[in-house]
Design a protein around this ligand. Structure first.
Ligand code: GLC
Length: 402
């Protein structure tokens, strides 16, 4: 079966990293199936997808449409931007239709809202279309409206957690989505291996005394809670052995309504007098090596996390992880046994959990070891590839899930 993936973005955010693992998972289970990727932007996703065996190419989006993102933006502003892109979008959809037909897929799997809609227009009659939803739709009125309008064209909807599946069903109707958890590459995300030199990356001096390294790894989406993290660090009793790291950067083109800027975060560090207790590494390609350099990995999302790939990856690396307690992230670990949790947005609680782990190295080791063995059999390529292969075969036979 020829499977063509569509991605609106080509930076390596969570949904795109999940897509690379999806392709790897499918190729593990169905190595003879040709896999293609058509991305509406150029970026590091293309090379990553090629490295796992996809025939990847780019069809650039019109710039105004590329900059349209809903999170953090007023619905009216989003509609306005969309209406401005209408002409170029029609032209794009003609080219997209031709390119899809030329690749000749037996099934099209779309990985983002923009390609869900374009896929509904362009996948071609009789070609099953799968929508993979990585984020809550109830918080995004424009996406919700557009997807509801096109819902009947999607033969199946995949969600990255049960929590997202329930939200999607309520938001756009149709048959319940199939939940397929993301997979982690357990050959890369290991407890042993070379750690990154975070201090060098962040331009911090080598510490004079032993430090406990605490980091938040993620894109700069506003709801990822960088400010809560910095606030929590500023609440730790001083002197503290903690060195904190902000690992990642803004990877989407959707601007400062939905993403924090480094300058904003640096201003917070300055305002809280954190000085060289906090380092910014920028984008890090080797997330596994970044995890291994940390003693404690913090997840601080202020809204429910749809899934939380970074959480599973940190657990696979045997780290002590503090998770913001909400959404699909709740489906990953067992609080108190494989991770600690804090209430979303509560810097006070987060500071308390960090302090507990800083003071108790044995607890860090215990949680990290339990985390690694907990995720090891739950989020494998084998699981994901089998679930995708079964779904694709079912749709190809015409057993529409609707
Ligand atoms: C999105 C979600 C995140 C999830 C990722 C992969 O980035 O916000 O929670 O881990 O997609 O599914």
């Amino acid at each position: 079966m020829r499977v063509l993936y569509l991605s609106p973005a080509a930076g390596l955010g969570g949904a795109e990293r999940a897509l690379v693992d999806m392709i790897r998972a499918l190729r593990t289970v169905e190595p003879s199936w040709p896999v293609g990727l058509l991305a509406l932007d150029d970026g590091p996703l293309l090379a990553e997808a090629r490295a796992v065996g996809a025939d990847a190419s780019v069809l650039p989006l019109p710039p105004t449409f590329a900059r349209t993102g809903e999170s953090g933006r007023q619905a009216a502003a989003t509609w306005l931007r969309l209406s401005r892109s209408a002409g170029p979008l029609l032209a794009l959809s003609r080219t997209l239709r031709t390119q899809i037909r030329a690749w000749g897929p037996d099934l099209v799997h779309s990985n983002g809202v923009k390609t869900h809609v374009l896929g509904a227009w362009c996948a071609g009659a009789g070609v099953p279309l799968v929508w993979h939803i990585h984020d809550y739709l109830s918080a995004r009125p424009v996406s919700r409206h557009l997807l509801r309008l096109h819902r009947r064209r999607a033969n199946a909807v995949v969600a990255n957690s049960h929590s997202v599946a329930a939200d999607v069903e309520a938001a756009i109707g149709g048959n319940p989505p199939v939940t397929i958890y993301n997979a982690v590459d357990f050959s890369r995300f290991t407890a042993t291996g070379t750690p990154l030199d975070l201090d060098a990356l962040a331009g911090l001096p080598a510490p004079a005394r032993p430090v406990v390294r605490v980091g938040l790894i993620g894109t700069f989406a506003r709801w990822k809670g960088h400010a809560v993290f910095l606030d929590a660090v500023s609440r730790l009793a001083t002197p503290s052995p903690v060195r904190a790291y902000v690992i990642g950067e803004a990877v989407y083109h959707t601007g400062s309504a939905s993403q924090v800027t480094r300058a904003e975060l640096e201003a917070l560090v300055h305002a809280r007098g954190l000085g060289d207790r906090v380092g910014f590494t920028g984008f890090v390609a080797d997330a596994a090596a970044a995890c291994r350099a940390l003693d404690i990995v913090v997840h601080a999302s202020t809204s429910p996390e749809p899934f939380g790939l970074a959480i599973v990856e940190a657990m696979a690396c045997g780290r002590a992880v503090i998770v913001s307690d909400g959404g699909g992230a709740r489906e990953i670990g067992v609080p108190g046994q494989t991770c600690l949790t804090h209430a979303p947005g509560s810097a006070v609680e987060l500071a308390d959990r960090i302090a507990r782990l800083v003071d108790d190295a044995a607890l860090r080791t215990r949680l990290g070891a339990a985390a690694a063995s907990h995720v090891r059999h739950r989020f494998t390529h084998q699981h994901m590839g089998t679930a995708l292969g079964d779904l694709y075969r079912q749709l190809h036979r015409g057993d529409a899930r609707g």
